[in-house]
Design a protein around this ligand. Structure first.
Ligand SMILES: Cc1cc2nc3c(=O)[nH]c(=O)nc-3n(C[C@H](O)[C@H](O)[C@H](O)COP(=O)(O)O)c2cc1C
Length: 433
């Protein structure tokens, strides 16, 4: 397949109050992250736009100055269970942390979701970056960064092992003979590892659509290795710099090959916030309006989280300080600090950039200009698609689906119709046997 024939994959990052920290203040925008009717309508909009994925993020603690949708949010697996009933095609991704869950519970939850949604469930693996979360689980602080990934690697192996304890056809259900199960098609896991001992099998049969899918978003070297080894889809953090995005893309794809997999087995989707207007100037004015609503409390909390250091003591109009490698999330920290150095930013500049899309890439312009940028990044293999992060809902997402998606379809880089009903089919992955 030539590069121009590749099809872009699209996911939407749902946060009820909008991905922009101040998105909920936009006229007509939803102001709640816990209003199911708005989320359900958004999932149906994603299907109208033939999206691969509707994604629900998660965190296990919050600060008062956090993004409003981090302060009050539905538990993601419960939410995607409800969305599975309301939709038919779109994949449903939910974050669950490997630092504060048990593999048996996660295997069981996602196996159930995969059945309930007809093959559309995906687990976004995170290791959690905030010490505050540890304090909600009887621990004083997070384990060290690389150790969290050692745990995550074993955790994922156990979860996949539990899913694979069941062969297809293990449940016979033969009324005539009275045979319900074929025990030769079910095995114990008998996992005895460094962090987990899990006997298995899990108490739910394999779905006809195979095991649930795995998403991974860690961008540090151990995060990339986990992705390369296990992920069916990767979310990446970029700051709009084409050269560093290409290097990161190629580096992950070469890790994928080292793990004996094909580059296309692991599509890479950077997060991007598109601000859409009838003219470029109108889009810029919309972004300026949103930025004008930011408070320094919001910005300070976000930047400190993303950089992984409390920076409240540094002068706002001074340069971004040199800081050691964080114990929290490294991809955001590195991406933002690189950007600050490259653009010679003050701390206030970095506040403004980070608070807009929480450190993700922001682009603005007409639908055509947005489509030009996305197409260029896709065709030049800096991305296999995008996680679209509308600044507010539903308006900014409707604009993307109604105005940008048709542009992408016209250019032949994005599907006009679903050709399957499962997330694996949307991504072009075979069912693992
Ligand atoms: C599109 C996208 C979605 C993400 N969703 C979550 C999330 O739901 N919860 C979370 O803790 N981190 C989330 N992250 C952050 C990454 O997982 C983060 O980079 C990681 O936790 C830190 O790992 P690293 O040190 O390997 O970079 C997301 C990142 C991206 C790009």
């Amino acid at each position: 397949m030539t590069a121009s024939k590749r099809q872009m994959h699209l996911g939407v990052f749902w946060l009820g109050t909008g991905n922009h920290t101040a998105g909920w203040r936009y006229p007509g925008a939803a102001t709640s992250n816990c209003d199911f009717s708005v989320i359900e309508a958004g999932a149906k909009t994603a299907e109208r736009g033939k999206f691969d994925l509707f994604f629900i993020s998660d965190g296990l603690s919050f600060d008062a100055g956090d993004h409003p949708s981090f302060v009050t949010r539905f538990e993601p697996t419960t939410l995607i269970a409800a969305l599975g009933v309301a939709t038919k095609h779109v994949g449903l991704g939910a974050t669950v942390s490997t630092s504060f869950s048990e593999p048996y519970t996660v295997a069981r939850t996602f196996a159930s979701l995969h059945h309930l949604s007809g093959g559309r469930a995906a687990w976004n693996i995170v290791t959690t970056s905030q010490d505050k979360a540890a304090q909600n689980f009887g621990k004083g602080q997070l384990a060290d960064h690389d150790q969290r990934y050692e745990v995550a690697n074993e955790f994922v192996d156990v979860v996949r092992g539990l899913w694979d304890c069941w062969d297809e056809g293990a449940v016979v259900r033969n009324r005539e003979t009275g045979q319900f199960l074929d025990p030769s098609k079910i095995r114990a896991l008998d996992h005895k590892g460094r962090f987990y001992q899990v006997k298995g099998p899990v108490n739910i049969e394999r779905s006809v659509h195979g095991r649930p899918l795995i998403i991974q978003a860690g961008g540090s070297p151990p995060g990339q290795d986990l992705s390369a080894r296990t992920a069916d889809l990767v979310f990446s953090v970029i700051n709009g710099d084409a050269a560093s995005a290409k290097t990161a893309y190629d580096s992950l794809k070469s890790r994928v090959i080292k793990h004996g997999r094909q580059p296309k087995d692991v599509p890479i989707l950077p997060g991007v916030m598109p601000i859409i207007g009838k003219t470029d100037a109108e889009a810029k004015a919309q972004l300026d309006k949103l930025q004008g609503w930011l408070s320094s409390t919001n910005a300070l909390t976000l930047v400190s989280h993303r950089i992984g250091h409390d920076i409240s003591a540094y002068p706002l109009d001074g340069p971004v300080p040199d800081l050691p490698l964080t114990k929290g999330g490294q991809a955001f920290s590195q991406t933002l600090l690189d950007l600050a150095r490259r653009e010679k930013m003050t701390l206030r500049d970095l506040y403004n950039v980070t608070a807009a899309a929480r450190g993700h890439w922001v682009i603005y312009g007409t639908p055509k200009r947005i489509a030009d940028i996305l197409e260029e990044w896709f065709v030049s293999e800096r991305a296999d698609g995008f996680v679209v992060m509308p600044a507010y809902f539903p308006g900014a997402f409707d604009d993307f689906v109604d105005l940008v998606v048709p542009e992408l379809q016209r250019r032949g880089v994005y599907r006009k119709a679903y050709t399957g009903t499962t997330l694996r089919e949307h991504l072009g992955h075979a069912v693992p046997r």
